[in-house]
Design a protein around this ligand. Structure first.
Ligand SMILES: [Zn+2]
Ligand SMILES: [Zn+2]
Length: 274
């Protein structure tokens, strides 16, 4: 938990850290009411139907989550959660064994997805990859929420604007720029990138092996299962991209927040029109 990290990293807490804690608490409270409580997961996914498997772990970073993927030889991350989560991620990897973190794939440039990426790169030497259309935002350490819907969206935007004044997110330069169709096999992961813009201009879905798709914030299962209905760069693109992921021929769909769902469940979700 972020709060824990603040406490144990410093014996004396400076004033602005109190403010950070208050902000995090407010944000977590808001996201709890909006999304409910996220759970931890351990799953395995087969690659190409062979006996070669990739193990998937969910690491909760309070506001954001990270998916840790373990192959036979290496670790990969899909998202890096909020800043302050790096030690939890490193601890989880250490528990699993002595493998190298090869690549951190950021699904989109929102702080709850790239927050710990730069710290992890410093500690492990892993490269950071993001779609080219979100790279500049991440490099500035920003989290733009262009269009919001409903009380939830407005509350989130309010907390973010207050929070960003006192809780700065690390400016994170990308090492690798992704585009639609980028094949990640060359980095050691049997996966392909699909450009699924809307929530942000450079949002991606990562299709791993032949039975898993990581769709980031196109849907959420925290609290209840729903398609993205709070924040968008472009709502029409959200609807288009949602149709795109519904057409992916895999069994399991992983959200940016929450636990995975089956294709059957994903097909039942509608994109909100209001
Ligand atoms: Zn997001
Ligand atoms: Zn998110």
């Amino acid at each position: 938990m972020i709060l824990h990290n603040f406490y144990f990293k410093n014996n004396h807490i400076r004033n602005n850290q109190y403010m950070q804690i208050v902000t995090v608490l407010l944000f977590m409270l808001a996201s709890f009411f909006l999304n409910g409580c996220g759970g931890k997961d351990y799953l395995t996914i087969a690659v190409n139907g062979s006996d070669k498997i990739i193990k998937v772990y969910s690491i909760s970073g309070g506001i954001g989550d990270a998916w840790l993927l373990e192959t036979t030889d290496e670790f990969f991350l899909i998202d890096a959660a909020s800043s302050g989560t790096e030690d939890d991620i490193l601890k989880q990897m250490k528990k699993l064994g002595d493998k190298k973190l090869k690549l951190i794939i950021i699904s989109h440039a929102h702080f709850d997805h790239y927050g710990s990426a730069a710290a992890l790169r410093r500690k492990t030497g892993a490269k950071i990859a993001i779609h080219k259309d979100d790279a500049e935002t991440m490099a500035k350490g920003e989290t733009p929420l262009k269009h919001v819907r409903g009380i939830g969206g407005n509350l989130g935007k309010f907390f973010l604007s207050v929070g960003e004044k006192i809780w700065k997110h690390e400016k994170t330069e990308a090492d690798i720029l992704l585009t639609d169709g980028t094949d990640l096999t060359k980095y050691g992961l049997n996966a392909k990138v699909m450009h699924t813009p809307g929530h942000t201009a450079g949002s991606i879905t990562v299709v791993v092996g032949d039975n898993a798709a990581f769709c980031a914030d196109l849907f959420s299962t925290r609290g209840w299962t729903r398609s993205q209905n709070l924040y968008a760069d472009n709502w029409d693109d959200v609807a288009e991209s949602f149709k795109k992921i519904q057409a992916i021929d895999v069994d399991t769909f992983y959200p940016g927040h929450g636990t995975p769902i089956s294709k059957e469940k994903l097909l039942k979700l509608k994109v909100s029109k209001d």
